[in-house]
Design a protein around this ligand. Structure first.
Ligand code: X8Z
Ligand code: ZN
Length: 546
């Protein structure tokens, strides 16, 4: 309710409801802790273990702290959701409008204005975030963990240290490819904006990458298209020309899932979801999916606009919804993704099957061009989304892990953030930043307190899933040409994995789907092999790195 109706009244209601939730959680955890180490059957032991690691904002035992934690989270989320930037001319814009400018404008100063403007939303809750860290750390201690970072890293069926090493290993696998992409994009940006603005040996100014957080760069595709005009797939134009609206877009996404033999969405989904941004009130527009009433009334909330990116996001959200639907008969402790990265990966896996041939079938592109040039173009567009994202997906929780453990002190929040942005992504703030700023807070998942490593893992695993499903479908060819649309064998394989929920350790779910028991970056690297060679050729006389 609060998310679709941000007012002072709903702040009170949501904070109260959150408080009750935290009190209940605290009680359950304290009960569960008493059974640690007791002998019991493996399923019960797992259910108890899951209760102890379930929360991203663990409740301290103290009731006053529970109330304070709930109020802070409600308030930060609301401030972000209601955020606006009014420029010098007095024009006020909400986040999605600002994002469109960053996506489309190529005017350095206009981009800078919008980039710094949105970052004025977060300093007002910097102090609250600091307090949140103190209280949630206390909660983690009350749950039996050293701090909140240890609790977050403990959610992967292995000890937190092993997980840290696993995640680092995945990053090491993909970093060389990211470096090639970075090198090429920087060179093109330097050509476009001038070497005085984009130097050829340093990090890239963060406002030039077509995205508010520089997390995906596919909006720069027109500037970076390797072979001009070859097989350009303008899905946005087709959606608009055919008068798609938010419901038809959602039905298109649903149609992919049902083509696999998965069930239709319940009628309540369309009645109860928020698919359009209301005009009369503030809402949290950041897309999300909700498992209301144990799989019986699943809903999404998204301010759908008619374009390709939003169609992608609808598939992403429906991935969550289909997980809810498929594990609905599990006992409540096992309703959940095999780990949080699995939950994020489902809808994205489906999107990898939205090949030109599929889009043609849907009437969203006119013709399918098959050539080396077409492949490279298509891979470039996808890499600007999927490869560019990886270091961002990794660094957000690097920052939070350090904040929770105290390695980054409150007085260094912003400097610590930019150090990681530079180290991982090779980008820099376009204007001086100080500790009066709170740039991490300008990203939804910080005030919303949603862990982020899940997306990093998802972006790696979705290529493993795609590969496995294509194999199940009997596809024999390069994976970027495979679509599992309409394939019931692949659908059954996916559905079986989804129905496991979190009843088993995640390697079991991974094995059910892929035959492998670990996360592995080789699928994403193999997928992009053609583009990787092309980039190496482009970069051969450049000096890469920052
Ligand atoms: O937050 C999301 C989803 C909701 S779970 C829309 N994503 C991340 C982001 O927007 O930062 C999807 C990809 C990364
Ligand atoms: Zn998601």
């Amino acid at each position: 309710m609060r998310n679709t109706y941000i007012t002072p009244d709903t702040a009170i209601l949501a904070a109260k409801a959150g408080e009750r939730g935290l009190a209940f959680e605290s009680k359950v955890v304290n009960q569960a802790m008493q059974y640690r180490g007791t002998e019991m059957d493996p399923q019960t032991a797992r259910a108890i273990e899951l209760m102890l690691r379930g929360s991203s904002a663990p409740a301290p035992n103290d009731a006053e702290l529970q109330a304070e934690l709930s109020a802070i989270l409600t308030d930060m989320n609301g401030q972000y959701g209601a955020g606006k930037y009014c420029n010098a001319a007095g024009e006020c814009r909400e986040l999605q409008e600002l994002e469109s400018i960053l996506a489309e404008s190529r005017d350095y100063d206009e981009l800078l204005d919008v980039w710094q403007g949105w970052r004025q939303v977060s300093p007002p809750y910097r102090k609250q975030y600091q307090r949140f860290v103190e209280i949630a750390n206390q909660g983690a201690v009350d749950f039996g963990y050293k701090n909140l970072a240890e609790l977050w890293k403990g959610g992967y069926d292995m000890d937190s240290h092993t997980f840290t090493i696993e995640a680092r290993g995945l990053w090491d696998q993909v970093k060389p490819f990211y470096d090639e992409l970075h090198c090429h994009v920087r060179a093109v940006l330097s050509d476009t904006y001038g070497a005085d603005k984009v130097s050829l040996d340093g990090p890239i100014p963060a406002h030039l990458l077509g995205n508010m957080w520089s997390q995906t760069w596919d909006n720069l595709y027109p500037m970076l298209e390797p072979f001009e005009g070859v097989a350009s797939l303008d899905v946005t134009a087709a959606l608009k020309a055919q008068d798609y609206d938010e419901v038809r877009m959602a039905k298109t996404a649903e149609g992919f899932f049902t083509s696999l033999g998965l069930p239709a969405l319940p009628e309540s989904f369309y009645q109860n979801s928020m698919l359009k941004k209301p005009r009369d009130r503030n809402v949290v527009c950041h897309a999300s999916a909700w498992d209301i009433d144990n799989g019986n009334d699943p809903r999404i909330k998204q301010c759908v606009e008619v374009n390709e990116e939003q169609l992608g996001t609808l598939h992403h959200e429906l991935g969550h919804i289909y997980y809810y639907l498929m594990y609905k008969d599990q006992p409540s402790s096992f309703k959940g993704g095999a780990h949080d990265g699995f939950h994020e990966a489902i809808g994205d896996t489906i999107q990898l099957s939205m090949t030109p041939a599929y889009l043609k079938k849907m009437g969203l592109v006119d013709e399918v061009t098959e050539s080396y040039e077409a492949t490279i173009n298509k891979q470039m567009k996808l890499a600007l989304e999927k490869i560019a994202f990886l270091p961002f997906g990794k660094m957000i929780d690097e920052w939070r892990w350090k904040v929770f453990s105290g390695e980054i002190a409150p007085e260094d929040y912003n400097a610590g953030w930019w150090k990681l942005r530079e180290e991982y992504q090779g980008i820099k703030a376009p204007i001086a930043r100080t500790e009066a700023d709170f740039d991490p807070g300008a990203k939804y998942h910080i005030p919303g307190n949603t862990p982020y490593t899940r997306y990093f893992l998802s972006f790696i695993m979705q290529f493993q899933f795609h590969k496995a499903l294509c194999e199940a479908a009997g596809f024999d060819g390069p994976l970027h040409e495979c679509s599992i649309y309409n394939n019931k064998t692949a659908g059954t394989k996916l559905g079986t994995m989804l129905a496991m929920g979190q009843s088993k350790p995640w390697p079991d779910a991974m094995e059910a789907l892929t035959g492998q028991r670990s996360m592995d970056g080789s699928a994403i690297i193999d997928y992009f092999a053609p583009l990787n060679s092309w980039l190496k050729e482009q970069n051969k006389d450049r000096s890469c790195g920052w």
